[in-house]
Design a protein around this ligand. Structure first.
Ligand code: DOR
Ligand code: ZN
Length: 349
């Protein structure tokens, strides 16, 4: 731990968000400005309805996102395709030529809009070979879906059953284990070679599973992979603040209408884009590791994706403020994480 007193302002290279959901249509007008105010680039998840499965769809989606960036801000959406059993290897070359940087694996049934996901990884091997050749990354929602596996064990079992064989079969395919939540994932990623990285969300760094049940069921803390025990949260904080270039910022900010989260069968996802870098700063400050925030938020992801690091900066100040209790999401309401609660760090605009 650092023994010098923590500073009250922090200027770092502008960060990127390596895992983000912005949805489509009216939702873009609310959520894209939040991300563009903080981040220079973001990896855009393709789990729309229907999913983004062609280069042409990714290009059209990129234009809709760009159109929602407020004047005066510069923000670059980095596009991905959604892997299905049927995604053709030929589409990978078209995707690369259209500037798509990665393909997302959702095991079928694992999470929001994953019904078109992969039912058997063997069916995707020709496409994964094309990705390895083309230099596209494989981003993974790393959870098994078998009903006989406990919900809290799904990430660890995914590593054993799927990730280890995949890395053996595709040793030069760059892979990102997204939104890691367990000690097992930290151990596996930490001991792997430079072809494997991992993103970590702010909510998995801030909360353990007690948050979902404190004083009643709290649907705004429900996401997938679900929050885990405190020992796992601590392992994530240690990984993120370690300075290791294998770990980088990915918010998995996932907007849902409040009435679909506060529901008998509530949607998974935490919305954090309105105050993401502030929440990460809080975690790093608490761990006495503010000096490690820039690497995690601004350098490691860009280096892993072999993209240039950003050149401009952002400044955060230690100053209490309270985010709004909700935002408009089209006709619906969007309740952000920390709605109406005090945040100790503030982004200066
Ligand atoms: O909590 C989550 N929400 N996890 C996911 O994997 C998907 C995301 C969403 O799209 O809402
Ligand atoms: Zn996600």
């Amino acid at each position: 731990m650092n023994t010098t007193p923590a500073p009250d302002t922090l200027t770092i290279t502008r960060p990127d968000d390596w895992h983000l959901h912005v949805r489509d249509g009216a939702a873009l007008q609310t959520v894209v400005p939040h991300t563009a105010a903080q981040f220079a680039r973001a990896i855009i998840m393709p789990n729309l309805r229907p999913p983004v499965t062609t280069a042409a769809q990714a290009s059209a989606y990129r234009e809709r996102i760009r159109a929602a960036v407020p004047a005066g801000l510069s923000f670059e959406p980095l596009m991905t395709l959604y892997l299905t059993d049927l995604l053709a290897p030929q589409e990978i070359e078209r995707a690369r030529d259209a500037g798509v940087v990665a393909v997302k694996l959702y095991p079928a049934g694992a999470t929001t809009n994953s019904d078109a996901g992969v039912t058997d990884l063997r069916k995707t091997y020709k496409t994964l070979e094309a990705m390895q050749r083309a230099g596209l990354l494989l981003l993974m929602h790393g959870e098994v879906t078998s009903a006989d596996i406990d919900l809290f064990d799904r990430e660890a079992v995914f590593i054993e059953r799927h990730l280890i064989p995949l890395r053996r079969d595709f040793p030069e395919l760059k892979m990102v284990l997204e939104h890691i939540t367990t000690r097992e994932a930290v151990q596996y990623v930490g001991s792997a070679d430079a072809y494997l990285g991992a993103t970590i969300t702010a909510h998995h760094l801030l909360y353990n599973r007690n948050a979902i049940f404190s004083g009643g069921i709290r649907p705004h803390y429900y996401c997938l992979p679900v929050l885990k025990r405190e020992a796992h949260r601590q392992a994530l904080v240690n990984a993120a603040t370690s300075g290791s270039s294998k770990y980088f910022l990915g918010t998995d900010s996932a907007p849902h209408p409040a009435h679909l989260k506060e529901h008998a069968s509530g949607c998974a996802g935490c919305y954090t884009a309105h105050a993401a870098i502030e929440m990460y700063a809080e975690v790093f400050d608490h761990a006495g590791a503010l000096d490690k925030l820039q690497g995690f938020a601004s350098f490691h992801g860009a280096d892993f994706y072999r993209l240039p690091r950003n050149r401009d900066t952002i400044t955060l100040r230690r100053e209490s403020w309270t985010p709004p209790s909700s935002f408009a999401l089209g006709e619906a309401e969007l309740k952000p994480l920390r709605a109406g609660e005090v945040l100790p760090w503030r982004l200066l605009s």
